[in-house]
Structure formats: structure tokens, C-alpha cells
Design a protein around this ligand. Structure first.
Ligand code: HEC
Ligand code: HEC
Length: 374
């Protein structure tokens, strides 16, 4: 416990990258419901930033996500292309190359893929600044190609309706789900080997706040039923971007199982997949004001084991994967006591130790403070 300071910094940095970095979920073209009441006029990147040539016309709040997409695709930090504190400067040749590459990506997709964004920085770079242009030699005498994946076991083909229905039943059934209207959970968030106490409070239909108790104070990530905000002790709270808010609104859905078809008017069956040896049925969902998602249901238990949300950026999509585990019964409803959120640039796990259902919680608990967070 000597390393208090580094621990604090690393948690803060983690939250910085994971939440604050405007990452991006939801599609550019659709105004999220959560954005209602925010300024209707969307500023473009060139109106807000100083030296934009390739990303002209994209919404300004998509610039940071696009930069994160690039950095993850090449496996580099911002400083690979930018002079510290002067992102508009063109001093580094890598920045110029990156501009040429953006133009190249656009023309490959236009000329060879009917304008669909099939090729991105990641297609070639695969996490390295220098793409490889030769297949590697075989490093062991194991067979070069693994045995073909076995076909999923035959059985009655599941449909969107049967998957959703099975999920509702697995969670406890519609009646049990509706009898619970709030939940107060306590546990810890584990990131980079450090553990910090956390509280997660949720209330039907869609309010949620998580409070991390750091050595230096508290950090809040909240959705008030309409919009998301974040803050930490002694600093002014800030609104989430519409994209972040759209993602956060999903976490806040109190009875996700009952609301799936409503939230995602387009809900289609995906190919069955295996996660860690568990056979899963999958659904792909999209709808206004929400990020596109892929949902994985344990085909035996019916429970949701993974949600991947896709954040659009002007250059490609950034995935956020949430794995749900350790389902336990809390007043007749199955609740995941552990979830791991992972992105290209970081991950953390929340482990709940205790959960109480139907605890009275005031709406004020979820509201963004008018001034700084106390
Ligand atoms: C591989 C190179 C590369 C990396 C890595 C990169 N950027 Fe950029 N960045 C660019 C290019 C190129 C532009 C200009 C885009 C254009 O002309 O439309 C830019 C523009 C910007 C701008 C706008 C500056 C202005 O006022 O014109 C900001 C801010 C920025 N980047 C931040 C970041 C951050 C933060 C990161 C790390 C997450 C990052 N960039 C990583 C290449 C990069
Ligand atoms: C079609 C394949 C392809 C795509 C797509 C692609 N690149 Fe590249 N990129 C390359 C190759 C190949 C090189 C190495 C050229 C060399 O070695 O001289 C390279 C080099 C670079 C470099 C210089 C690296 C260094 O070490 O100086 C940067 C920066 C870069 N790419 C950024 C990007 C960005 C940003 C994107 C997406 C907008 C992108 N690239 C998309 C193939 C690609």
C-alpha cells in the first residue's frame, strides 16, 4: 500500500482514456435521443481545430475518436505524429504521411470497394507503424493451418424472438424483472492490478451512476435518464458527448432484457459464435441514438455474456467489449456481479460484492451538479 500516488494516477489516467476521451459510440448521422436539449448546430472539425485538411466536414466531436482509432491501429501514442501541446503543427513527417494515408484509404475504398469502408488503417497496420508485406515463416512444426472450426451443434434454429424470450426467462421472467425498480451495488473496480472501491446505483427505467472512491475523492460516471455526465471531486462536472451519452444510456437500461426490441428496432440474428468454449447465439442491433451492438447469449443458459458496441469514427469503428459474468440472484432477478470493459486502449473489471434491490434512491443522486462536484 506504499504506492498510493501512482495508483491514483493510473486510475485517473485510465478513466481519462476510457471515458473522457469522447470515445465515441453511436453513429454520426443520427442525433441521439440523449442529445435533445443540447445545441442543435454541429460544428465541423475545421471550425473548431486549426489545421484540418483531410477530415473537413466531419463533426468536431469525431476528431478525438478518429485520432484514437489511428493511434490504436498503428500501436503508437499521439506524440508519434504530434509535437506535445501543438497538435496543429505539421513539424513531424509522420503527420504528413498520415494525411496521405487518409487520402489513400478513401480512394481505395472508393475505387475498389464501392465506397464502403472495407479498408482502414488497421487493415494494413495491424497495430504497428510499419506494415508487413510478406507472410511470416513458420515458427514451429505445428500444422500451418488449424483444423477447421466445427459446425455448431444441430438443433432447432433460434430466432430473434426465441433468443430474446430465452434471455428474459433466464434473467427471471418479465414479472420478476418488473418487480425490481432500483439496485444499489458495492464492489471494486480493478485496473492495472489496482483495486478501488466502487458503488453502482441504478434505477428504473434508465438512471445510473457509478461512484469510484479514490484516495483523492470521488469520480462519477452517470446517466440521468436523458443525458450522461462525468465528474470528480473539486472539478466541474462535464456533459458527455452525444456519442458517449448514447453508449452510457445502454448501460443505464434497467430492464435491458424487456427493452431490447424497443431499443434496437433493427435486431437481426448473427452467426453463432464461441466465447471461451461457450457456444453463443448472437444478435446484431441498431437503432436511433444508440451505438450499433452485437450481443452474445449463452445458448445453454440464455444469459447475456457479451455486448460489443461499435463507435463510429470518420476513419473506422472502435469496439468496446463488455463481458458479463458471475450472475447471481438478487430478489428473483439474475444480475451480473462481474463485468469487464475492454477497448483497444484499456480495460477494467468491476466485481460486485453485494447488491440490494428496491432500495429507495432519490432522482437527485443521478443529476449533474450545477457547479463543481462535491
Ligand atoms: C499517425 C499520426 C497521428 C497520430 C498517432 C495522432 N494524430 Fe492527431 N492528427 C494527425 C493528422 C494527420 C491530423 C490532421 C488531420 C487533417 O488534416 O484533417 C491530426 C490532427 C489532430 C488535431 C487537430 C489539431 C488542429 O488544431 O488542427 C488534434 C487535436 C489531434 N490530432 C490530436 C491527437 C491526439 C490526442 C492523438 C492521440 C490520441 C493523435 N492526435 C494521434 C495525425 C495523427
Ligand atoms: C493499404 C495499406 C495501408 C493503409 C490502409 C494504411 N497504411 Fe499507413 N502505411 C502503409 C505502408 C505499407 C507503410 C510503410 C511505408 C514505408 O515503409 O515506407 C505505411 C506507413 C505509414 C506511416 C509512416 C510510419 C513511420 O514509421 O514513419 C504512417 C504515419 C501511416 N502509415 C499512417 C496511416 C494511417 C493514419 C492510416 C489510416 C488513415 C494508414 N496509414 C493506412 C500501408 C497502409
Amino acid at each position: 500500500m506504499q504506492k498510493r500516488t501512482p495508483r491514483r494516477t493510473s486510475i485517473r489516467r485510465l478513466f481519462g482514456t476510457i471515458f473522457a476521451a469522447a470515445v465515441v459510440v453511436g453513429s454520426v448521422a443520427v442525433a441521439p435521443q440523449a442529445a435533445q436539449g443540447q445545441a442543435a448546430e454541429v460544428k465541423t472539425a475545421e471550425q473548431v481545430f486549426k489545421n484540418i485538411t483531410q477530415l473537413k466536414g466531419t463533426p468536431a466531436d469525431q476528431l478525438t475518436p478518429a485520432m484514437q482509432f489511428i493511434a490504436s491501429s498503428l500501436g503508437v501514442e499521439c506524440g508519434f505524429c504530434h509535437v506535445q501541446g501543438k497538435p496543429e503543427a505539421d513539424d513531424k513527417p509522420q503527420k504528413k504521411t498520415a494525411r496521405d494515408m487518409m487520402a489513400m484509404q478513401a480512394s481505395i475504398n472508393k475505387d475498389s470497394f464501392r465506397g464502403q469502408r472495407q479498408v482502414t488503417c488497421y487493415s494494413c497496420h495491424r497495430g504497428s507503424a510499419r506494415p508487413v508485406n510478406m507472410p511470416p515463416v513458420l515458427e514451429s512444426d505445428a500444422p500451418a493451418h488449424a483444423a477447421p472450426a466445427t459446425a455448431p451443434p444441430a438443433g432447432a434454429a433460434s430466432t430473434v424472438d426465441s433468443i430474446v424470450e430465452k434471455y428474459v426467462t433466464a434473467v427471471g421472467g418479465a414479472d420478476a424483472i418488473k418487480r425490481v425498480t432500483s439496485r444499489v451495488m458495492k464492489g471494486s473496480i480493478v485496473a492495472g492490478g489496482n483495486e478501488t472501491p466502487i458503488e453502482v446505483i441504478t434505477k428504473a427505467p434508465n438512471k445510473r451512476v457509478s461512484i469510484t472512491h479514490n484516495a483523492s475523492g470521488e469520480s462519477f460516471t452517470a446517466f440521468d435518464g436523458t443525458a450522461g455526465w462525468m465528474g470528480s471531486t473539486g472539478r466541474p462536472a462535464r456533459d458527455m458527448s452525444p456519442a458517449e451519452s448514447g453508449a452510457s444510456s445502454l448501460d443505464a437500461e434497467f430492464a435491458l432484457a424487456l427493452r431490447l426490441k424497443e431499443i434496437f428496432p433493427q435486431l437481426r440474428r448473427g452467426r453463432p459464435e464461441e466465447i471461451g468454449g461457450v457456444q453463443c447465439d448472437t444478435l446484431n442491433g441498431s437503432g436511433p441514438g444508440r451505438p450499433a451492438v452485437r450481443l452474445y447469449f449463452d445458448s445453454k443458459s440464455g444469459l447475456l455474456v457479451r455486448m460489443v458496441r461499435y463507435a463510429e469514427t470518420p476513419l473506422g469503428r472502435i469496439p468496446t467489449q463488455i463481458d458479463y459474468a458471475d450472475y447471481r440472484d438478487v430478489d428473483g432477478v439474475k444480475v451480473a456481479f462481474r463485468w469487464t470493459l475492454a477497448r483497444p486502449n484499456g480495460r477494467f473489471t468491476i466485481q460486485i460484492a453485494e447488491a440490494k434491490a428496491n432500495v429507495p434512491v432519490e432522482d437527485a443522486k443521478f443529476a449533474k451538479p450545477a457547479s463543481e462536484v462535491k
